[in-house]
Structure formats: C-alpha cells, structure tokens
Design a protein. Structure first.
Length: 578
C-alpha cells in the first residue's frame, strides 16, 4: 500500500468519526475528546511512574522481587485484557474491508490498519507505557543489559494482540452460522471467567480438606517432621513455578527480568525471539482467515435435513396465565419463548450460574456447620438479591434485544401497559430459578429456618417488582440496541452511556431497600420485643404489598409513556450503527 492510499484511508476514517460526533451533538464530541485526553494523560503518567519506580525503588531489588513485579504487571494486564475480550468478542473493524474490495488497494494494508486500530484500548494505554517506563528505569538503575526487557515486553504485547485478533477473526468467519457463532461467543466468556477463579477454588478446597494440626497437639519430633515436609512441599511448588516460567509464554517477561538481574541475557533474548515468532504466526493466520472470509472460502455449505416433530396438545403460546389478561399472557409467553432462544439471555443466565458455582463452592469449602443465627436472614436476602445484578441488563432494557422485532409490538393492538407486564412476567422464571437455587444452597449450608426462607421468597418478589417498575421507566426513556450474540450495546452517545451507568448504579442502590425487613427483625430481636424471623416475615409481607399496589398503579402511566416514546424506541433499536 502506497503512502497516499494509507493517508486517504486514515482521512476517511477520521471523517466518519467526525460525522458520528456531529450526529450525536457537540456535547458528546467534547466529552469524547476529554475522555481521550484523560486516557492519554493516564498513559503518560503510567510511563513516568514506571520509570521512577524502577530508578528509586528497584535498583537493589533481588531477582525474585523483579520476577514478582513483572509477573504482577503481566497478570494485571492479562486480567484487564480478558475482561475486554469478554465484553467485545467480535472483532470491530475500523475500515470495512468488504466495502474497499472494489478499490485498487492492498488487503494487507487494510488488514494492518484494522489490526492497529482495533487495539487502541484502555489496557494498552494503561500498561504498555508502564512496561516501557519500567524497562528504561531498570536499564538506568541496574545497567544497560536490563534494556532487553523493552523488546521482550513489547513482543509479549504483540503476541497477545496478534492471537486475540486471530481469535476475533475466527469468530467473524462463524457469523454465517449464527447459532454456532453465538454459542461460541457465550462459551468463551464463561470459560475465561471460570478459569480465572479455578485456582482460588482449588486452593480453598485443599486448605479445607488438608488442615494442619495445631502445634500444641504434636510432639517436638512431629513438629520437626511436619516442618520439614511443609518446607519440601514449598520447594517443589517453587521449582514447578520457576519451570512454568520457561514454557508458558506470558511468564517469559518475568523470567527474563529475573535472569537479567542475575547476569544472564539468553532467557530474555530467547523469550523475545519466541514471542515475536508466536506473534508473527498468529498475525499470519489472522490475515489468511480474513482473506479466506472475504474471498468466500471460509465456510463450506452444508445441507441438513430437519426432522419434523409432531406436537400433541397445546403449545406454549396457546396457554394462559391465571390472573393475567389474555393479551398480557400471550405477550409474556411469546417473550419467554423468544428469551429461551436468545443467545444474550443464555449468556446472562449462564454467567449467573457460573457465579453460583464459584461462590457456592467457596462458601461450602470455607463453611462447616451452621452459621450464626443473626447472619442467616441477611444471607438469605443476599442470596435472592444477587441474581438481579447479573440480570439487570435484561430488566432495565426491555426492547434492546428485540431489535427489528419491536415493529411487531408497535403494530399490535395490545395496550402498551400489557406489553410492559408481559416483558416483566417473561423475565420472572429466569431470575426466580437462579434466586431460588442460591437460596436453597444457603439454606442447606447454614441451616436457615423455614420462616427466614419464606421471608426471603417474599423479598425476592419485592426486588423483582422494584426493578421491573424501574425498568419500565428506563426502557422507553433510554432504549439501547444490543448487538446480536452479545450483551454489549451498540455505539451510542456518551451522554446516554453516562445516564445508563447512573441508572444501573441507582438500581443497585434501590435493592438495598430489600434488606429493610431483616434489619428491622434484628432490631426487634435486640430490643427483646419479638423474635427476628417472624418480624422479618411480617415486614417482608408489608413491603411486598406496598410494591404490588405501587406496581399496579404505575403500569397504566408507564404504558402511556411507552406509547408516546415508541417511535423513538423503534428508531434506536432498529438502526445498525457503524
């Protein structure tokens, strides 16, 4: 690609960005520029802090300390990088290659422009200047040989970004099969989350099942034997730890820093060469997969015969809900069927189930016997409230997942308040299943009494009505289109993003009111008036009754709000923002 072509492409990208800013208003452009300036300032300060830390705090540090510093840096960078991957698995292209194929430009040039532009992320801005400053500072304070850490750390970043880009390009080729693509999108995020917590679960389980006896219970010979055994176990673990630094690519940076502090340069040189080699392999594979995709050779067409299943009896959409109007019941059942098939809902539910496995396992491993009676009501309330934090994107954005299907709701003659009621009822089974499962685990682990469990069930309904009512307000006022196959909203004005962040924080604060019944029961019990469990149940019933009345009164008015805003909601949830 000639320089004039690259200059034209970059100018085109800049004009598209300016047009987006102009469409969203001057305020959003100013906020975006301020955020970009703050990120740049943080990056510069990170490099300066790394330089000062290396010069003044690490000139006489031992090789083990340098190993820990660089391992901590790499670990923090990988943590933030994995969070970015989970939030945006699909590759975002700065330049749409498909629209440039008819122009006499090189695909390699477009590919490298997109590669560089897609990795201008907060993780790179925060950690790369820190690594550069730390490497230069160590070279100043400990000798020029430490300067080899600079290409080693940059090679590590290059390797990570190249294979991440290849992963995202591979997912892009799977978009022609939406079912398989969305399944992989959800699975990768959950696997990364589980792997990040797996060491904690393993160590917690090991500490629980292999407790060390107290020194008072052992003779001097047993104490010496146990000390020797423990020291040998630690030495073996440390040897395995050092061996892992020779074979695991992300640990090559710390391994190079440790050996450079000891006077050896070959581990850093070999690590740099290996990282650059792996990075080149990943980038070449990413380019080949991208080229195959745009040449139409990525996925072979396959024909499958669909088995016809004869259904007997009534289908789900033909059923009714007791006490619910027929139109609202039909809407609720249709929304429920749509949510059971939506990848976004499966990802939200699976993430809650994953946290259930993580925290439930840690809870069982750390707890033995029954907990304190005073903590039981709060644990039960926390168990039924916890699912709402993971399901808030579904409860506070009713129509963002409908996308083009929202047109059917506008054209339907159903009263708008019944649409909101149907949306709320459709989300109830998902949150209820997770909440009751958590409550069951807490009940078994802490032997929670039946009255406290019943009060927690009422508190779950209170929290559900509270967030449903708040979601009925937010959804028409701040609708956000969610990209298919993910939980990430599409591009939107910065002001809308800030308002949504505030609304999510406010919804979390609203859930604190659900803890009023257990707090009241605890106060009554301390005062010696009545037991805590019956009072918590009584206040839970009163709070639920008030929320039912308030929810019923708010539905007609919020239905009118939706009818007034439905055209704007349709425009936002159906437009595909570039």
């Amino acid at each position: 690609m000639h320089w004039s072509q690259l200059h034209t492409i970059l100018w085109l990208r800049w004009r598209l960005t300016r047009n987006q800013w102009a469409r969203h208003g001057q305020l959003n452009a100013v906020i975006t520029l301020v955020v970009a300036a703050l990120l740049s300032f943080v990056g510069v300060m990170g490099g300066l802090v790394g330089l000062l830390v290396a010069i003044f705090a690490l000139p006489k540090a031992s090789p083990g300390v340098l190993l820990g510093v660089w391992d901590g840096t790499v670990g923090a960078f990988l943590l933030f990088w994995c969070v970015g991957i989970v939030s945006e698995l699909q590759r975002s292209e700065a330049i749409d290659i498909g629209k440039m194929l008819h122009l006499p430009v090189s695909m390699k040039g477009l590919f490298f422009v997109n590669y560089l532009a897609s990795h201008v992320t907060s993780s790179i801005i925060f950690f790369v200047p820190w690594m550069i400053g730390l490497s230069i500072g160590l070279a100043v304070s400990r000798g020029p040989a430490m300067l080899l850490l600079l290409p080693l750390s940059l090679a590590f970043v290059f390797m990570l970004t190249a294979w991440t880009y290849h992963l995202r390009g591979w997912l892009l080729t799977l978009m022609q099969n939406p079912r398989r693509y969305r399944m992989i999108v959800g699975t990768i995020g959950l696997v990364l989350l589980l792997l990040s917590q797996l060491p904690n679960l393993i160590f917690t389980a090991r500490d629980r099942h292999q407790p060390r006896p107290s020194a008072r219970q052992m003779s001097p010979e047993e104490i010496q034997k146990d000390t020797t055994l423990h020291r040998n176990r630690e030495e073996r673990a440390f040897s395995m730890f050092l061996w892992a630094h020779n074979v695991v690519p992300p640990l090559w940076v710390g391994n190079g820093a440790m050996h450079l502090a000891r006077g050896g340069v070959w581990p850093a040189v070999l690590g740099t060469a290996g990282a650059f080699g792996l990075a080149g392999l990943g980038l070449s594979r990413a380019y080949k997969s991208t080229r195959r995709f745009y040449e139409g050779r990525s996925i072979k067409a396959k024909t499958r015969r669909k088995k016809q299943v004869v259904l007997t009896g009534r289908t789900l959409l033909e059923r009714t809900l007791p006490g619910v109007p027929d139109e609202a019941a039909a809407m609720a059942l249709a929304f429920f069927r749509s949510m059971t098939r939506a990848t976004e809902v499966k990802m939200a539910v699976a993430s809650n189930l994953l946290w259930l496995v993580i925290f439930g396992g840690m809870f069982f491993f750390r707890r033995s016997g029954s907990g304190g009676a005073g903590a039981q009501p709060f644990v039960a309330t926390g168990a039924v409230v916890l699912p709402f934090f993971g399901m808030s994107q579904l409860l506070l954005n009713h129509f963002g997942f409908d996308r083009a299907g929202f047109r059917a709701l506008i054209l339907s003659p159903v009263p708008r308040w019944q649409i909101l009621l149907g949306k709320n009822l459709a989300a109830l089974p998902f949150t209820m299943g997770i909440g009751l499962t958590l409550l069951l685990i807490a009940t078994v682990a802490m032997h929670i009494p039946a009255l406290v469990v019943l009060a927690a069930c009422l508190q779950f309904l209170t929290a559900f009505l509270l967030l449903s009512m708040f979601g009925n307000v937010i959804s028409p006022l701040l609708p956000v289109r969610v990209a298919p196959g993910s939980l990430k909203p599409t591009k939107q004005p910065v002001t809308t993003t800030l308002l949504l962040i505030f609304c999510h924080l406010f919804s979390s604060t609203m859930l604190a009111s659900v803890f009023v019944p257990p707090v009241a029961g605890r106060l009554f019990a301390r005062a010696g008036w009545l037991p805590a469990a019956p009072m918590s149940l009584l206040f839970s019933a009163i709070e639920l009754g008030l929320l039912v009345i308030l929810y019923s009164l708010s539905l007609p008015h919020l239905g009118n709000l939706l009818q007034h805003r439905e055209k704007e909601v349709l425009r936002i949830v159906t437009q595909d923002v570039e």
